[in-house]
Design a protein around this ligand. Structure first.
Ligand SMILES: [Zn+2]
Length: 318
């Protein structure tokens, strides 16, 4: 029997999915929990799909299906980020697990060593593909309730040029965190009131309470929200209003984890690739209360439908 996501550990992955055949079966379970679906025409009638017998002599690999509706063949990797990859599926599984279970992220160099991959580039490409899948979730709804919003500057060695807002080689990031819920983080071209409020309007439901610091860009907040600024400039970090505490500690601690990850694990992240890392950190944050295994399986479910828009990462760089 396959392990449930909650008891999926690295040891378990290596024991159970040490072969590509088993890794493939597991991916099939995750992708098709209610039976095989043809990725070409979405046919899900199990009587109209059959598995072609593996046959070494005829070079037919296991896991090949034939759809009777559209007459096309497919495997579980068709239409996912795994399609056309030469990296064995068992290694992919371990990579997803490591990315999902490492709080501050894991460098591609370390992934290369742990998985015995041929080159650093292969490892980097693999990790970016996973991040790419995580970066494009189907947002099912708006953030609501109490939403903490904060902006920060990431990366860019400053060499004595200061670290304040507007430092030229730093990248602006805004993060919106629903208290007790999910987070979404984005790169902004510039931190302006218009950009910040645009992000809030786009992702936060009308009627929500928006908590920010007292940066002037947040004012005036659109009237559809209740704005609760905390006055950092006056050294106010938390304020009680009845049962409600006005603070931005949740989003700030999320930023500090991101920065420790970028400084400690990745060292330097280009502006171009930063959205991928933000997605990685958001995914771990949004699944913070579940096991490493459950977090991995939710991530794997996002592997589908990401194939078509993925462009190869031509330039070396993080
Ligand atoms: Zn079909």
């Amino acid at each position: 029997m396959l392990p449930t996501p909650s008891d999926l550990t690295l040891d378990e992955i290596q024991q159970r999915f040490g072969t590509d055949e088993n890794a493939r079966r597991y991916l099939e379970e995750i992708r098709w929990p209610n039976g095989v679906v043809c990725p070409h025409c979405k046919n899900a009638d199990q009587k109209r799909i059959w598995e072609i017998q593996a046959n070494d002599a005829a070079k037919i690999r296991a896991g090949l299906y034939q759809c009777a509706e559209c007459k096309k063949q497919f495997t579980v990797t068709v239409g996912t980020i795994f399609e056309d990859s030469h990296i064995p599926l068992r290694k992919w599984l371990v990579a997803w697990y490591l990315l999902c279970s490492s709080k501050k992220g894991m460098s591609s160099l370390q992934i290369q060593r742990m998985l015995g991959l041929g080159s650093y580039r292969t490892a980097l490409f693999m990790m970016h593909r996973i991040r790419y899948a995580l970066a494009h979730p189907a947002f099912t709804g708006m953030l609501k309730g109490v939403v903490e919003v904060d902006e920060t500057y990431v990366g860019g060695k400053t060499h004595g040029r200061g670290t304040g807002k507007g430092t030229p080689n730093k990248t602006c990031v805004v993060s919106l965190v629903e208290r007790g819920g999910n987070a979404r983080s984005f790169v902004l071209d510039r931190i302006t009131g218009q950009n910040l409020k645009g992000a809030i309007m786009q992702h936060v439901q009308d009627g929500s309470v928006v908590v920010t610091d007292d940066y002037f860009g947040y004012r005036p907040m659109p009237k559809i929200f209740t704005h609760k600024p905390v006055k950092h400039s006056a050294k106010e970090y938390a304020r009680k209003e009845g049962d409600f505490t006005v603070h931005t500690n949740t989003v700030e601690s999320k930023f500090s984890l991101l920065k420790r990850g970028i400084i400690g694990t990745f060292h330097q992240v280009s502006k171009k690739h930063l959205p991928l890392y933000l997605a990685e950190f958001d995914h771990r944050f949004n699944h913070r209360d579940v096991t490493d295994g459950e977090r991995t399986v939710s991530a794997l479910k996002m592997a589908e439908g990401k194939r078509l828009t993925l462009k190869p990462l031509k330039n070396r760089g993080k």
